[in-house]
Design a protein around this ligand. Structure first.
Ligand code: SRM
Ligand code: SF4
Length: 557
C-alpha cells in the first residue's frame, strides 16, 4: 500500500471502473462506495450532500442527503444553442433547476440523485458534450480566451486548444460502459499511453490566452500558452508553467504561485510540447503527498532549468527563449460589440455564474428562449459569464428583446465592482467549504458599493473575489480584494493583486469578520482617493501601501 491511498485506488480501479456500476445499482443508499467517489471524479461527477441539513439529519440518525454534482466539459467554453438547450433540460429535469457556469468555462449541475445520474450523463453525451476529465487527476477542461473581437486569432488559438484537449482526453472505455451502457469489446485491453494506470499525481490545468486580454488568468495554470503575434497574425506561443492557487490554512508548505515563462514554440508544437510537459509531471510529480503533488511544487523543488533540460531530452531539441507579452486587462467587456465580419456579440454578466429563474430575473428561461432562436454560439468566460456570439444584424433586435424581457441586461445597471466580482460555489454543496461564498458575496458587495459610492470610486474597476476555503476556486489570490473563507462568517483578507493578473496579492488580515473587513476597506478607499498616483489601480495602490496595511499603521489594523 502506498502512502497516498488515492494512488492505490487509481491503480486498482481497472482504468477508472472500480465498483461504480454495482454502486449505481444499489438502491439501498443514495451514495456510492468511498473508493468509487474518488473514481467518479474522473468521470466528471462528485458525490456531495446538502450541508444545510447535514447536522439535522445526523441528529435524526439519517444518512446525509446525498446528491451529485456533474461537471460538463466544454473545451474553450464554446457550445452551440442546441447544446445549451440540452443542458438546460438536464438542469430543470434532474438537477436543482439552475445551470452553474464555472471559473473554468464549464457547466455544473448540482443536486442530481444517484438513480438519475445515468440519464443525465447520457443526455450530456447526446448533446455531443461529455464529462470525461472534467475532474480527476488528468488534464482538465482546457481554457481559451473568449474574446470575440479577435475572431481571426481566436479561431487559430481555439483550434490549438481543442486539439490539445482532445489529445489529452483519457482513453479508457470505462466511461462509455458505465454511463452509456456500451459493451467493452472482448479481448481489448485498456491502455493510457500518456497517463498510465495511475493517471497524473494530481489535477493538471491548461489555458490559452491572447494578449492584451488575460481573461483566462493564464498565470494561475499549470501550463499556459500565451499567443504571440506579428503583423501577419499568430506566430506561436510563450509557454508558461507552474501556476496554481490551492493552499491549506496553516500549512506553510502550500502556497499560491504564478506561472513562469518556459520558452517559445510555434503552433505546430503545442501538442508535442504540451504532452511532454504532462508526461514529466506524471513521472516526477509527488505521488506520496497530494497536497504537494501539483506541478507547481515539482518545479519549485527541481527548478525551471531542470524542467528545460528534461524537456530537451524528451523532445530532442531545446525550446526557443520565451517571447515577451503584455496584458492590460482580465475582465469581460460587457454589452454589444460588432466584429469585422458584421456579426454582433453580447457579453452578459451572470452573478457568480448561477443561471436560474428568481426574483431578479428569469435568466434560465431567458437563455433558453435565446437558444431557441440564436444561430451562432455561446462562449462561456473564465469569469463565470456568457457571451452570445455570432449574432447577425437581422437577429439582433430579437435577441435584445429577450435579454431585456428576462432581466439579462444587468450589466447596464450594476456597479463596476459587482461586474468584476466572482465567488466560488462553497455552501451548501461543496464538502470543503468553511464559509459562505456564492450566497454571501452579493450581499457584501452591496455594502462595499455604498463605500465606493461615498468615496467617488463607483466607476473604478476593482476586482473582488471570494472563496469558501483556501483551495482558491475563484482564484482569490489574483484579486485586488480577495476573501478566503476560514470559518463561518470569517475570512482571510488578501489585498493588492495586479488588475491584469500578473501579480499575486498578500495576506492583509486573518480571520476577519465582515465588520472588520468593511472598516478596513473604507479606510483604504479614503486613502486611495487622496493618495493615488496618476492612473494607479486599486491593486497597485494596495501593494504600494502593503507595509502600512500589514504593520497596522492604519486605524483599522
Ligand atoms: Fe475547484 C475542489 C469547485 C475551479 C482549486 N472545486 C473543488 C470541488 C470539486 C470540491 C471538492 O473537491 O469536493 C468544488 C465543487 C463545489 C461545488 O459544490 O460545485 C470546486 N472549482 C470549483 C468551481 C465550480 C468554482 C466555481 O465557482 O466556478 C470551478 C470549476 C472549474 C471547472 O469547470 O473545472 C473550480 N478550483 C478551481 C480553480 C480555478 C481555476 O482552475 O482556474 C482552482 C484554483 C486553481 C488551481 O487548481 O490551482 C481550484 N478546487 C481547487 C482545489 C485546490 C487544488 C490544489 O492545488 O490544492 C480543490 C481541492 C482539491 O483538489 O483537493 C478544488
Ligand atoms: Fe469549495 Fe473551497 Fe473550491 Fe470554494 S474554494 S468551491 S469552498 S473547494
Amino acid at each position: 500500500m502506498s502512502a497516498n491511498p488515492v494512488e492505490d485506488i487509481k491503480a486498482e480501479s481497472n482504468f477508472l471502473r472500480g465498483t461504480i456500476r454495482q454502486g449505481l445499482a444499489d438502491g439501498a443508499t443514495g451514495s456510492l462506495a468511498d473508493d468509487d467517489t474518488q473514481l467518479t471524479k474522473f468521470h466528471g461527477i462528485y458525490q456531495q450532500d446538502d450541508r444545510d441539513v447535514r447536522e439535522q439529519r445526523r441528529r435524526q440518525m439519517l444518512e446525509p442527503e446525498h446528491s451529485f454534482m456533474i461537471r460538463a466539459r466544454v473545451p474553450g467554453g464554446i457550445c452551440t444553442p442546441a447544446q445549451w438547450l440540452a443542458l438546460d433540460n438536464i438542469a430543470t429535469r434532474w438537477a436543482n433547476g439552475s445551470l452553474r457556469l464555472t471559473t473554468r468555462q464549464a457547466f455544473q449541475f448540482h443536486g442530481v440523485l444517484k438513480h438519475e445520474l445515468k440519464d443525465s450523463i447520457r443526455a450530456i453525451n447526446d448533446s455531443l458534450l461529455d464529462t470525461i476529465a472534467a475532474c480527476g487527476d488528468v488534464n482538465r477542461n482546457v481554457m481559451c480566451t473568449a474574446l470575440p473581437e479577435r475572431s481571426d486569432v481566436h479561431a487559430q488559438v481555439f483550434a490549438d486548444a481543442a486539439a490539445f484537449s482532445d489529445h489529452l482526453t483519457p482513453n479508457t472505455t470505462a466511461y462509455h460502459e458505465i454511463w452509456l451502457d456500451k459493451e467493452k469489446v472482448a479481448a481489448t485491453a485498456d491502455h493510457e499511453p500518456i497517463y498510465g494506470n495511475r493517471y497524473l499525481p494530481r489535477k493538471f490545468k491548461t489555458a490559452f490566452a491572447v494578449p492584451p486580454v488575460n481573461d483566462v488568468d493564464v498565470l494561475a495554470h499549470d501550463l499556459g500558452f500565451i499567443a504571440i503575434e506579428d503583423k501577419d497574425g499568430l506566430v506561436g506561443y510563450t509557454v508558461t508553467v507552474g501556476g496554481g492557487m490551492g493552499v491549506t490554512h496553516g500549512d506553510p508548505a502550500t502556497y499560491p504561485l504564478l506561472a513562469r515563462p518556459l520558452g517559445f514554440i510555434i503552433p505546430d508544437q503545442v501538442v508535442e510540447v504540451g504532452e511532454a510537459i504532462v508526461r514529466i509531471q506524471r513521472d516526477f510529480g509527488d505521488r506520496s503527498e497530494r497536497k504537494h503533488a501539483r506541478f507547481k511544487y515539482t518545479i519549485e523543488d527541481r527548478g525551471l532549468d531542470w524542467l528545460r533540460g528534461e524537456l530537451k531530452q524528451r523532445l530532442g531539441y531545446a525550446l526557443e527563449p520565451a517571447r515577451p507579452y503584455h496584458f492590460t486587462s482580465r475582465g469581460d467587456e460587457y454589452g454589444w460589440r460588432q466584429t469585422d465580419d458584421g456579426n454582433w456579440h453580447l457579453a452578459l454578466f451572470i452573478q457568480n455564474g448561477r443561471i436560474a429563474d428568481g426574483p431578479s430575473g428569469t435568466q434560465l428561461s431567458g437563455l433558453r428562449a435565446i437558444s431557441q432562436v440564436h444561430k451562432g454560439e455561446f462562449r462561456l468566460t473564465a469569469n463565470q459569464n456568457v457571451i452570445i456570439a455570432g449574432i447577425s444584424a437581422a437577429k439582433k433586435p430579437e435577441i435584445n428583446k429577450l435579454v431585456r424581457e428576462h432581466g439579462l441586461d444587468a450589466h447596464e445597471k450594476l456597479s463596476r465592482l459587482r461586474l468584476h466580482s466572482m465567488a466560488c460555489v462553497a455552501l451548501p454543496t461543496c464538502s470543503l467549504a468553511m464559509a459562505e461564498a456564492e450566497r454571501y458575496l452579493p450581499e457584501l458587495v452591496s455594502e462595499i458599493e455604498i463605500q465606493t459610492e461615498n468615496h467617488g470610486l463607483a466607476q473604478e474597476d476593482i476586482n473582488i473575489r471570494m472563496t469558501g476555503c483556501p483551495n482558491g476556486c475563484a482564484r482569490p489570490y489574483l484579486a485586488e480584494i480577495g476573501l478566503v473563507g476560514k470559518a463561518p462568517g470569517r475570512y482571510n483578507l488578501h489585498l493588492g493583486a495586479a488588475h491584469n493578473g500578473t501579480r499575486l496579492n498578500y495576506l492583509a488580515r486573518e480571520n476577519a469578520n465582515s465588520g472588520e473587513i468593511l472598516a478596513l476597506l473604507n479606510e483604504l478607499f479614503a486613502r486611495f482617493r487622496k493618495q493615488r498616483e496618476t492612473s494607479e489601480t486599486f491593486g497597485d495602490f494596495l501593494t504600494r501601501s502593503q507595509a502600512e496595511i500589514t504593520e497596522g499603521v492604519l486605524s483599522h489594523a
